[in-house]
Design a protein. Structure first.
Length: 476
């Protein structure tokens, strides 16, 4: 009995010891968690939030609509840097972007501008494009009567969301001015392309909805440029994308490709432009399925009756509402910015690769200005394999052509980075085979390894990938 009592006492003692130890561990963990929480909160409050507006005129409007998206803590700043380095806009709220909210697009554009030092092209690429209307003759005729003359789509002011979109524009008229001022250099060119194809003039408004006429605009989904081309669609319509050049950002190439794309879909939908505009936003498959769904149920296949995603319905209505405002701006108390009815820029043929800094000097422009008019180029020079043209201000084109004609191919590129000193040499594109290196290829064409590396903007000891292309100017 005595031994049993001792055993029970020992068991209880051990249990109490374990229980007390667990309680102490729990209290210690709780105290540590509280201390960590207090430290974290103190750390957060001592790190000032980042305000991306910094006094921007649209700050009040945006804060009213999106009070939770106006500041970020220190973690978001890291994400912002990484997003811009990857050529992506900051993904603040997927729903805002999915709705194509134009105020949010402007907000994201401001974010990219503020952190432009993180972009591969630096401040040049993300700077606000030049306002050509500041240089234009204010006494010249405006472009708006020409735009209105090309309007062909019927308005449906009773349509769902129409009044809502009109009211949005009336409250945010500054957005319209900023978008058209940004697109000022290109509007006449785009209108001229639309007229040549006898398309509806309303198509000139698509870049307002897609990107606020920002050629450097990127979406979280990977679309780029004024017309917001996805990579696959861009390749389908002939827009190159490589380390030298992205045709989605090229104003001329992307405009022509976008109009090709719209015409292709319009033929698919038997000339119905409302279907076409919806397909540009949601894809032709989505629109086709909506039409077939209504037909199966014996319902009307009229655009306004289709079961389309809400953001697509808003997209088409927003464009039509904007065209209504452009048609009669005084009715809505909106004043349109002055955009001349003459060409502001012109294409100059190059026939070869050119150093963009040298091109800017020849055109009597700053490098920033040249990049803003030619946003498709990713690097210090144009693509060795074309396109061989530059967009320059109309009034500087003739002088630029004359100076360009006096330059040899070597003088058009950086010293040591251009072709061989023999001006008779012709460019060859070499596709790298398995096992080849810079030394092997240089020996094959009788050039120096350093030359070959400089021509292709590589280091002398760079490793090559099978299938990679190199530009070579071999010795004759």
């Amino acid at each position: 009995m005595k031994n049993a009592a001792i055993t029970n006492l020992t068991t209880r003692t051990r249990f109490n010891i374990v229980q007390n130890a667990l309680m102490c561990l729990f209290l210690f963990s709780l105290g540590l968690l509280t201390a960590c929480t207090e430290f974290t909160e103190k750390f957060k409050t001592t790190r000032p939030a980042i305000n991306l507006f910094n006094g921007n005129e649209q700050e009040a409007d945006f804060k009213q609509s999106y009070p939770d998206l106006c500041t970020f803590d220190y973690r978001d700043q890291k994400h912002l840097k990484r997003s811009i380095q990857n050529n992506k806009v900051l993904l603040l709220d997927e729903m805002v972007v999915a709705r194509n909210d134009m105020l949010a697009i402007e907000y994201l554009s401001d974010a990219r501008t503020k952190y432009s030092r993180y972009h591969p092209l630096g401040n040049v690429a993300l700077a606000t494009p030049m306002f050509m209307d500041e240089q234009a003759d204010q006494g010249s005729h405006p472009i708006w009567p020409l735009v209105r003359a090309e309007f062909k789509l019927k308005q449906n002011t009773n349509a769902r969301y129409f009044a809502e979109e009109i009211n949005w524009y009336k409250k945010n008229s500054n957005y319209i001015n900023r978008a058209f001022n940004r697109g000022n250099p290109y509007l006449y060119f785009i209108l001229d392309e639309i007229k040549k194809r006898q398309l509806p003039g309303e198509l000139i408004l698509i870049p307002v909805i897609e990107s606020a006429y920002d050629p450097f605009a990127y979406s979280p989904g990977g679309a780029a440029g004024m017309w917001q081309f996805m990579p696959g669609t861009a390749r389908r319509f002939g827009l190159k994308q490589n380390r030298w050049y992205d045709g989605r950002r090229d104003v001329v190439a992307s405009t022509r490709a976008a109009l090709d794309y719209l015409q292709t879909m319009n033929r698919e939908f038997n000339g119905n432009w409302l279907y076409t505009l919806a397909a540009y936003n949601a894809g032709s498959g989505t629109v086709s399925r909506a039409i077939e769904s209504n037909k199966r149920r014996g319902r009307s296949s009229d655009f306004w009756s289709l079961p389309l995603p809400r953001h697509t319905q808003h997209y088409v209505t927003r464009l039509l509402a904007l065209s209504k405002i452009i048609d009669t701006p005084s009715v809505y108390g909106i004043s349109l910015p002055h955009v001349p009815s003459t060409a502001q820029v012109t294409l100059v043929s190059l026939n070869r690769q050119i150093d963009l800094a040298k091109a800017a000097t020849l055109a009597d422009m700053s490098l920033n200005e040249l990049y803003r008019l030619n946003p498709g180029f990713n690097r210090w020079a144009s693509d060795p394999n074309g396109p061989y043209y530059l967009l320059v201000p109309q009034q500087k084109a003739d002088a630029f052509k004359e100076k360009l004609a006096t330059r040899t191919p070597q003088q058009a590129l950086r010293s040591g980075a251009g072709q061989t000193q023999n001006s008779k040499s012709k460019q060859i594109v070499h596709r790298v085979k398995q096992g080849e290196g810079l030394w092997t290829i240089a020996r094959l064409y009788g050039v120096k390894t350093q030359q070959l590396a400089q021509w292709n903007d590589l280091s002398a000891n760079a490793s090559l990938k099978t299938g990679q292309t190199l530009s070579v100017w071999p010795t004759p």
